[in-house]
Ligand binder design. Structure first.
Ligand code: 5GP
Length: 189
């Protein structure tokens, strides 16, 4: 998706050999027009999958998952991190190791928001080692539904998440793939 690639190249900041900062349009300040264009592109890529619901993980996935849900006319659910008194109803849970924070969170979704036998699309902002996506897929499978696709805004192809997800048989589409960081610049595929 050229619009997204241009923004990554012009505004992305390589923090170290494995982390890209895109907080001017995706992770802190959010560009609503770009979010809408991304939602339209995911809707186009998964239009034959009869998607009934979208699942993401708080917080960075929500903006892009919302625009996708809006275009696809389906509900959006986000998995919550940590324990809250508001999560008093029975929930599905899965452990997820956070790549950027280097901590393990138990993420959860209240059962009534994930009915069984649905086709669910997972959306997230970044794909690194695949732990967030695999945690969400675990929750979808506990609910008795299908992981019908995985939509990622920025895949870092030099990390192993994409391989792990494809090995599980999930249909993965990434809108921009980073081959490597070279001298603090982004090299896209
Ligand atoms: P994974 O679970 O695939 O290892 O990591 C994906 C999650 O970590 C995403 O939900 C995203 O929030 C965060 N993440 C991974 N790599 C990056 C990165 O390079 N930049 C930013 N901003 N977030 C990242």
């Amino acid at each position: 998706m050229q619009l997204l690639k241009d923004r990554i190249l012009s505004e992305g900041i390589v923090l170290n050999d494995s982390i890209l900062k895109v907080d001017s349009f995706l992770n802190h300040q959010i560009d609503p027009q770009l979010m809408l264009a991304i939602g339209q592109e995911f809707a186009r890529q998964f239009k034959h999958k009869n998607i009934q619901r979208i699942l993401t993980i708080e917080a960075a996935g929500i903006a892009v998952a919302l625009s996708t849900a809006l275009v696809m006319h389906v509900p959006l659910v986000f998995a919550k991190k940590g324990v809250s008194q508001l999560m008093c109803e029975t929930s599905y849970q899965a452990p997820v190791h956070s790549f950027t924070k280097n901590i393990c969170n138990n993420v959860s979704v209240i059962k009534k928001f994930l009915p069984p036998k649905e086709n669910i699309l997972i959306i997230d902002d970044f794909l690194a080692h695949g732990q967030a996506v695999l945690g969400l897929a675990n929750i979808i499978e506990q609910a008795g539904s299908n992981v019908s696709g995985v939509g990622i805004v920025i895949e870092k192809s030099f990390q192993n998440g994409a391989t792990l997800i494809r090995e599980k048989g999930y249909d993965l589409h990434s809108l921009a793939c980073i081959r490597e960081f070279q001298n603090n610049t982004v090299i896209l595929d």
